[in-house]
Design a protein around this ligand. Structure first.
Ligand code: GLN
Length: 404
């Protein structure tokens, strides 16, 4: 018998008793603001500069590989921790680009996007009382990842305009309870690319406190102005402490395919694989097959990708600067954080609402990237992973802002 049927006194009572059954953990976070902004963009017929997904086609070769996989009847479950061809290709590429050798049989878990890789990792390594260090502003998923896995977050600020962190503050955030630090490089939303020196400083803290570095490297190939992407796993001493999160989404412009992975030492991969198995069983088998083809693309593919995005970044910096925004120039990833003080709105939420409703542009209010929303109240994030006509439409709409 359901709670509703059992209730003798009607609907109000049903709601009250049902409430008590709901998850206290899920109560502690809101829906994704990024995805909410996409829905608002659709509702107001606005240009979507909020959610980071390309609106241009993916590579023909990679799409053909997916079509072929279905034609070849690769329609049933892949091995839970990932199709062998894909895991082998991930291992080869990691060695080719970062010089790190991993065992695809024991150290790679393929997941439904890097979102699941991150969640499965956190649930696989966290115990009650564990702390996780998170730089902020941070990609919004890391908050719910910490809550659902039961970790206590310790936030450390990346400070504008260069998004550097204070080394003493980071040192103080580590301690005996620290289980991991989450590092996202190239960084969403700031565009910061962590330098070797910074990563080594983080490495030393991880080694000192025997903490994992969970590094979200999903934007590894979107880097500008000579910046270099360095995997934490490639640093001396990190082989057993680095958990590398990555996926097909950004590098191959297939965010809807939901194919990601976690590369972790065998003892960490074991619980990650178990959590993954019971969360989702596995990522879409034919798309894993196509992923194996994508990962073998020549290095020139990645050079061209970075150059294409550099042009878009520069175009978008021009559009935003012309419209009066103060921009924090990104060295990587495909977002631009901006300061909106000049527009005189009370906060980022009211400004974002005005932009989507009156100007016709959806952005992400930056308060969603901070634990304390007031820290983001003067900032909004634009993405620039859009085709030229979308960027031109954005420029056109923003001209109304200048004259408003
Ligand atoms: N990573 C992208 C962003 O920050 C998309 C996130 C998502 O919706 N999964 O916009």
């Amino acid at each position: 018998m359901s709670a509703a049927e059992a209730s003798p006194t009607g609907a109000g009572r049903v709601v009250a008793s049902a409430r008590q059954l709901l998850s206290a953990k899920a109560e502690r976070f809101t829906e994704s603001v990024i995805r909410e902004m996409t829905r608002l963009a659709l509702q107001h017929d606005a240009v979507n500069m909020a959610q980071g997904f390309p609106d241009f086609p993916a590579s023909e070769e990679v799409k053909q590989a997916a079509r072929q996989a279905i034609t070849d009847d690769i329609n049933q479950y892949a091995i839970t921790w990932g199709a062998k061809e894909l895991r082998d290709a991930i291992a080869r590429k990691f060695e080719r680009t970062q010089g790190v050798r991993v065992d695809p049989e024991r150290e790679i878990t393929v997941t439904c996007g890097s979102t699941e890789a991150m969640m499965a990792t956190m649930m696989g390594i966290i115990n009650p009382g564990d702390e996780v260090v998170i730089f902020e502003p941070h990609y919004e998923n890391y908050g719910p990842d910490a809550i659902l896995s039961g970790a206590t977050p310790r936030f450390v600020q990346l400070q504008p305009p260069d998004w550097n962190f204070d080394r003493d503050e980071l040192t103080r955030a580590f301690g005996p309870k620290t289980k991991a630090i989450i590092v996202n490089t190239p960084n969403n939303p700031t565009g910061k690319v962590f330098s070797r020196e910074e990563l080594e400083f983080i490495r030393d803290l991880c080694v000192r406190w025997n903490a994992f570095a969970v590094t979200d490297e999903i934007y590894e190939h979107i880097i500008f102005d000579g910046a270099q992407h360095i995997s934490m796993a490639s640093l001396d001493g990190m082989r057993d402490l680095a958990i590398t999160i990555n996926g097909l989404s950004k590098t191959y412009s297939v965010t809807g395919w939901r194919v990601g992975w976690a590369i972790a030492p065998p003892d960490a991969s074991t619980p990650i694989r178990k959590v993954h198995d019971f969360l989702t069983v596995g990522a879409a088998a034919p798309l894993q097959q196509a992923g194996a083809v994508a990962l073998e693309l020549p290095l020139s593919y990645y050079t061209k990708l970075a150059e294409m995005y550099r042009v878009k970044r520069d175009r978008m910096l021009g559009i935003l600067t012309d419209a009066g925004f103060k921009c924090f120039k990104p060295s990587g990833a495909y977002y631009i954080m901006t300061d909106i003080s000049i527009f005189g709105f009370p906060d980022d939420l009211s400004f974002s609402r005005y932009l989507v409703e009156k100007i016709g542009i959806a952005v992400v209010p930056a308060s969603s990237f901070y634990d304390d929303p007031s820290m983001g109240s003067r900032q909004v994030r634009f993405t620039f992973c859009k085709k030229e006509s979308t960027l031109a439409a954005c420029a056109e709409k923003l001209s109304k802002l200048r004259s408003a």
